[in-house]
Design a protein around this ligand. Sequence first.
Ligand code: ZN
Length: 334
Amino acid sequence: MLFVVACGVFTAGVPAHADDSALFEAVRAADLKVAGIGWRLALANAPLCDRIEAGTGMQLHTLDQFDADKRESAKAHFGFATPVAIEGVVPDSPAERAGLRPDDSLVRVGSVEIAGLSGKPGTTDKLVAAQFAIAALPAESPIPVEVIRAGTRVQVTLQPIRACKSRFELALDGGFGASADGTMVQIGSGFLDAYPDDQIAAVIAHEFAHNILHHRDRLEARGVDYGLLSGFGANVKYFRQTEVQADILSVYLLANAGLSPRAPVAFWRHFGPSKAGGILLSRSHPAWRDRVATLEAEVAKVEQLSVRPVVPALIAERDKPLDGDWQSILVRAH
Ligand SMILES: [Zn+2]
């Protein structure tokens, strides 16, 4: 399933009286926070990924993602001379080094013509199409980029960096959902309001680990059922195996990126008891205390190693079918 998120900009946690500009900038800052964490993880862990993209550090958005009644003020605020624009550039990324700026509207990125992208109005179709097309460009060749900046055409050349192929997206729902669909990591904006950056990175790293380990494909190869039946029957052991594996790999992804490998432990110590409903009661996920014990065991291993990146054994097994053995990789809490 590919998530197509129509990001309504009226969100929980954003005051209704805020003027549109303040709201737009709050959304931009939140998107950039997620993009920045994703960038660090995708770049540092490229040696662990078999799906590589031309990493640019551009965070894109589209006028179509705004609610219809906000579109006019969004256009006035951001410009949007074309359907897809740069919402922000990650600091010290190829996009920043090329001189690209927030609110540059994209005309062309390499062979990707923004005007040629198709998609239904009022959806993120064109944005997603642009992201996929740009990610498919050769990972190491210079990319000519043409933008419209304050009404003027500007051409630059961007030198991409090899990065794991993944999109990172914020769901402006005020919620505590997080998901990975194979090509994208999505995190609910509730995490941004409630948790420090290193723990937000821990949540993103867990979801990213699912994608790096091809969990969606491997679960589908096992014929598992998503949705209501995911917590029942033969499905359970496969889901649990992928959950424990994602926890384990997240520790390495964070350490490789120079982020705190202990952050998932701190996250679960808080999130486990405070949000002990929903997915935490699901039989597809192990108990949070066991997740903490498993994470702590892995942190101890990674902290003894000085070489980065660390490529854990899970990576070599990612093309094998899931065997459903979650018991032997889960460390039980005492
Ligand atoms: Zn998971």
